[in-house]
Design a binder for this molecule. Structure first.
Ligand code: UD1
Ligand code: MG
Length: 428
């Protein structure tokens, strides 16, 4: 309660207000705009329904625009105290405002660095959203779209350079006798952050193809980020207080818009989220992870996405053929989803055969052989298919719930690692 009624914390209340507004706007706008989107060509076939009905796609654009509107409208609220400090009392700028010890230095002079962080985050998100819409419009090639987040990341990386410029990392205790306490990664650290933006955006986009899972996994990750922020917010003197406050400002409306979208994207989907949403969601996470200095913790919330990426890598990097769609497929007789297979257009040879046989021994792929013993089909390498191989065919919504369950378990495990085992390698 002290947190909520502390006048210094009022932006937090406005932020929650914007989260609710974000939810209501997304929830009402999406069904209203559906037809217009179909007319404009933003549509897709729901491949796992009988008769493959066509529904609006790229609803992530509506979601992202509502989000941006909320974040822009929030600027005066976030910086209200500082504006007030600047205008009250004429020349004497910091009169009449009771400054909390934690906010000393934050109040005077005007915190241009905070505004810079906030605006750069918005600029990065805006760029990513634009590129996402372009992808939904033109279906940009995989190897090209992989690099789009790099461009969008430049604003936050520039602000990171100016504001923090911290490129050294704390060395795990076991390695200190060789490396020392800190290692300066220099430009490699920027490469790491750029790679993080590519990973966050694309990994959500490839854990997809079942109604509700792009938005569902993002919602769960966002709730865990918020859960991780809250303990820092009640400790105003904690050095990470401000970073987690910034994170909450970006996460609260994100949870709002995502809930509104999920309502319409959940089975049986009335709309698709589009690549726009996946990029927007991934970039929002990367932005808060980078500006909030908790990218390692963030990665602990991405365990299912990391596993899916590693497992997919033979197909992503062309060792095993990658079809246009790897989503599970409907068995019309049972109404359940089954694992999907890639039908090889070229008979696999050499390394591909070795890899597929190894994965088969590990129970991670099933192979179909042709008459001459050659490989003609193999199951697609996604954890969605793996779940179906292991647990058997499932109805689409049960599969979506199972994937959400895996996400919650992995995020909980991530928190456990962060707060219980990190001491094994760091003295946090
Ligand atoms: C990624 C995956 C692809 C998967 C696709 C499904 C990789 C490398 N790419 O491609 O294998 O098939 O996502 O989203 O892993 N769709 C459904 N039901 C859904 C969601 C999507 O039928 O619940 C279909 C619709 O036809 C929709 C299309 O997938 O129009 C969207 O695919 P898109 O997002 O463009 O695929 P990618 O992101 O390129
Ligand atoms: Mg996609």
């Amino acid at each position: 309660a002290a947190l909520l009624f502390n006048p210094q914390k009022s932006p937090l209340i406005s932020s929650l207000g914007f989260a609710i507004l974000a939810f209501i706007s997304t929830y009402t706008l999406i069904p209203l705009l559906g037809d217009a989107f179909i007319k404009a060509g933003f549509k897709g076939k729901d491949l796992n329904k009988l008769g493959t009905p066509v529904i609006p796609e790229t609803m992530g654009a509506v979601t992202a625009f509502v989000y941006l509107a909320c974040m822009l409208l929030f600027i005066p609220f976030a910086f209200y105290h500082h504006f007030a400090a600047l205008t009250s009392g004429g020349g004497n700028r910091e009169v009449e405002i009771e400054i909390h010890p934690a906010d000393e230095g934050f109040f005077h002079p005007f915190p241009h660095n905070k505004l810079g962080e906030y605006l750069s985050a918005i600029l990065s998100l805006q760029s990513m959203i634009m590129l996402g819409v372009a992808d939904d419009l033109f279906d940009i090639r995989w190897r090209h779209k992989l690099f789009m987040p790099l461009l969008a990341a430049i604003p936050i990386l520039a602000v990171y350079y100016v504001d923090f410029g911290v490129t050294h990392v704390v060395v795990p205790m076991q390695l200190r006798q060789w490396l020392g306490d800190l290692v300066d990664l220099g430009w490699l650290y920027y490469a790491y952050m750029a790679a993080l933006t590519i990973f966050c955006t694309n990994s959500i986009n490839i854990l997809a193809g079942v109604n509700g899972i792009e938005a569902g996994q993002s919602l769960i990750i966002a709730l865990f980020v918020v859960g991780n922020d809250i303990p820092y917010l009640v400790k105003p003197l904690h050095p990470a207080h401000d970073s987690h406050l910034l994170s909450l400002y970006f996460m609260a409306p994100f949870v709002g818009v995502t809930l509104g979208l999920l309502k319409w994207n959940w089975f049986p989907a009335r709309v698709f989220v589009g690549d726009t949403y996946c990029y927007f969601a991934g970039m929002t996470f990367a932005v808060v992870g980078i500006l909030g200095h908790f990218s390692k913790t963030l990665l602990l919330f991405f365990i299912p996405q990391i596993l899916n990426f590693l497992y997919s890598s033979p197909q992503l990097f062309g060792i095993v053929e990658n079809p246009r769609h790897r989503l599970p497929r409907l068995n019309p007789k049972t109404g359940k989803l089954e694992q999907s297979r890639v039908k090889f257009t070229k008979t696999p040879k050499g390394m591909t055969v070795l890899l597929l046989e190894l994965l088969q021994k590990l129970g991670m792929v099933t192979i179909v052989h042709g008459e001459k013993g050659e490989i003609v089909e193999a199951t697609n390498l996604t954890i969605i298919n793996l779940i179906l191989v292991r647990l058997g065919p499932m109805r689409e919504d049960i599969l979506a719930l199972t994937i959400m369950g895996v996400q919650v378990l992995c995020c909980s495990l991530g928190l456990l690692i962060r707060y219980n085992f990190a001491y094994l390698i760091y003295e946090w």
